[in-house]
Structures are given as C-alpha cells and as structure tokens.
Design a protein around this ligand. Structure first.
Ligand SMILES: [Zn+2]
Length: 308
C-alpha cells in the first residue's frame, strides 16, 4: 500500500474564535487538494480511532487532563489563555486527532503500509506534559511515540518537526527519554520562546533566522538532522508536519516552498528505504495556515514520502 491518510469528521467540530487561522477549513483544503491532485486513486483513507485514557496518560499529567475536561463549555467558545480555546466538541476532536497517530503507528508496525499521514486537528506539538498552549491540547506526536515504545517495545523512535515553531511540548515530554530522538527546525527568535538550549544528545534543535529560504533550510537539515538520524538508527520515524514556514504563510517570515517540503520528505523516505531496521513514517499535521499553500504542501509531502 503506498500511503494511508487518516482523518475523522469530528476534527472539524473543534471550533476557534471567528477568523482564527487554526480553522476547520484547513483539513478541507488538504482533503480537496489530495482529491484534485488525483492521489485518491493511489491513497487509502481511514477514519481515525479515538485515543484511550491510558494512551493520554502516558504523556499528560492527570491534573492537566482533568482541567481540560472541567473547562469544556456546553456552548460557545471558552478562552483558557495561552492561545488555547475549547468549544463543546473540542475534546472529542482532540481524542480522534491523538488516536490517529496511535492508529498510524499500528498500521506501520503491523506492516500494512510504510507511510501514514494524519490529516487532523487540533495540532499537538506545543502541548507540554502539564499545560496546553499555542492551539495544542494533547501532544499527538508524543502520544504516538509513547505508543510505539510501550505497545511495540521499540528502543529508538525519531520525531522530526519542521513546523516553523519550536516543538516545545514534544521536547518537554522527551527531555529525559533517550529512546526518543527529537529533531526540530524553527524560526528563532520566535514563538513559543521557550528554552531551546537544553544540551541533551537526544534533542537536536535547529534554530533558523527569519530570512531563511529553501537552500539554507535544506543545508541545515543536511548538517544537523540527517547525521543525527544516521547515528540514532530509528526503528520508526514520526513527523510533526507543520507547513507554516511556507513563503505564503502569514504566520512566519521563513520562506519555504512545496519543493522544500518535498525535499525533506524525500530524505525521510530515503532513510527508510536504506535502513532495514526502520519500519516507516507516521506524519501528523501541525501548523500551516495559508489554505492553498497548505493543501499543495501536504500533497508534495505525501507524494514524496510515498514515492508517487
Ligand atoms: Zn507552527
């Protein structure tokens, strides 16, 4: 099977304030672009399954999970601060978003496919163990990684994160977990302005100046991520796939294009093909707010990972 796309209609039901960039239309823009690119004939679509409480508890503190539950509004939109909003069905959406990554790990580990893309929201990589922030409620990619460690006994899982913002939540979860390599590239200085100077061999932070364009991005990935992957020898690669470093995305100043997302995705697939211990790639949507650029970038990402 070339690649599996996992999504769920409940992910459209997490509502943000009027005009907010992290909107349900993001998922529709991606879906429509996958359709119009003709990829629906070669991709398989699956409906996400829900994350379990035990899977959430591997990553998040009980008190934080209880706080989210207790602040869920019965109508309207609750502003919890730190760029976190809850609508009545937000936690249903978040449970399917997190569950899609767990399901993706299952599909790759069971040999059904080598490539999964989860077209889900809310995003996850800013959510720390004990607090949500930056539109992120549950740390989807961290939950997927913990599932790979616990359910399959993997000893080396790599998470790569090319969202334009630093994946502070993922770093927080895995700071003292040598079984997880975390590689993040991001505009710096920039939101979330949390500590990136952590000096751990399993954390590879690649800050990029606001003026960064494709060639500098590709050079930084070649210099820092690819050797780290080579040394670490992951059995599974997870991707925090944010597309907000795109030239057309108002969220940042970095100027990447579809070709850059294609390039980095080709590098990851080549790693899988060249290393027998690596079972495949599970990629999950993070940011990306210019809807046409987001749709095109995801198509480039999926095509490159699936070698289409
Ligand atoms: Zn972002």
């Amino acid at each position: 099977m070339t690649a599996i796309i996992i999504s769920h209609p409940a992910c459209l039901e997490h509502l943000m304030p009027e005009g907010h960039p992290e909107c349900p239309q993001r998922l529709e823009a991606i879906h429509n672009q996958l359709l119009s690119s003709g990829l629906e004939f070669v991709l398989t679509e699956r409906e996400a399954t829900e994350v379990t409480d035990a899977q959430l508890a591997r990553v998040h503190d009980t008190q934080y999970l209880q706080k989210l539950n207790s602040q869920l509004p019965t109508e309207g939109i609750a502003n919890l601060g730190d760029d976190i909003f809850l609508s009545p069905l937000s936690l249903v959406a978040a449970r399917y978003a997190a569950g899609s990554g767990v399901q993706g790990v299952d599909l790759v580990m069971q040999g059904t496919t080598k490539v999964v893309f989860c077209n889900v929201r809310p995003p996850g990589h800013h959510a720390e163990r004990a607090r949500g922030m930056g539109f992120c409620l549950y740390n989807n990619i961290a939950i997927a990684a913990c599932h790979a460690l616990d359910a399959y006994g993997l000893r080396r899982v790599a998470i790569v994160d090319f969202d334009v913002h630093h994946g502070n939540g993922t770093q927080d979860v895995f700071l003292n977990e040598p079984r997880v390599l975390f590689c993040s590239s991001f505009q710096h200085p920039f939101y979330p302005d949390t500590d990136i100077d952590v000096k751990r061999s399993n954390i590879v932070n690649v800050p990029l100046p606001a003026t960064t364009k494709g060639p500098e991005f590709q050079q930084a990935i070649s210099d820092h991520w690819l050797p780290a992957l080579e040394d670490f020898a992951p059995e599974l690669i997870l991707v925090s796939a944010g597309f907000d470093a795109h030239l057309l995305d108002d969220m940042s100043s970095i100027s990447l294009t579809e070709q850059d997302y294609q390039w980095v995705s080709e590098q990851l697939r080549a790693y899988v093909d060249e290393h027998q211990q690596c079972r495949g790639i599970v990629s999950m949507l993070e940011g990306g707010y210019d809807l046409p650029a987001l749709g095109r970038s995801v198509v480039a990402h999926v095509k490159a990972m699936a070698k289409l």
